[in-house]
Design a protein. Sequence first.
Length: 185
Amino acid sequence: MTKADTKAVIPAQAGIHPSSPVVAYIALGANLGNAAQTVLDAIQAINDLPQTQVTKKSSLYKTAAMESLPGALKSPDYINAVVEIICHQTAYLLLEQLQKIEQKAGRNRPYLNAPRTLDLDILLYGDAQIQTETLTVPHPRMWQRAFVLVPLEEIAPQLVSAERLEGVKGQGIQRVGIASPDAVS
């Protein structure tokens, strides 16, 4: 964490030294390879992180890929989900561990909105407001995306208002399956 990171974060809210468990929400998405299996495997990998437990998981949803580069071929559809976790670690450590899961799945970042083997985003981390070069919570675009709001509303309806859902209803999203109960023990 840089000196600039420390200045932009309120330690008690950001979980710099969490004294009690923090409830966080993570968005998962993949559109390369066997995307559904990749998302299910990532849910298990998150649950296997130290001091972390997946407590709720949404259904799996299919969504069209966002525009990446002008003139580029259309990317495959995404499989998306959201999980609720309870963790006893800082938001920065959680981010680092999620990035390791992405890397293990073959994630690279060649350009904005590039196709992904796996994408993991921290949506919410307790009631923290974090804005640094490395992490922004709440996720800056979560309220604009059906592929985040619909699965989030499924597992935490108190967090997503009807107005927010109305704002994304024109975006195509289709429930395609459930995250298997066996995906997390």
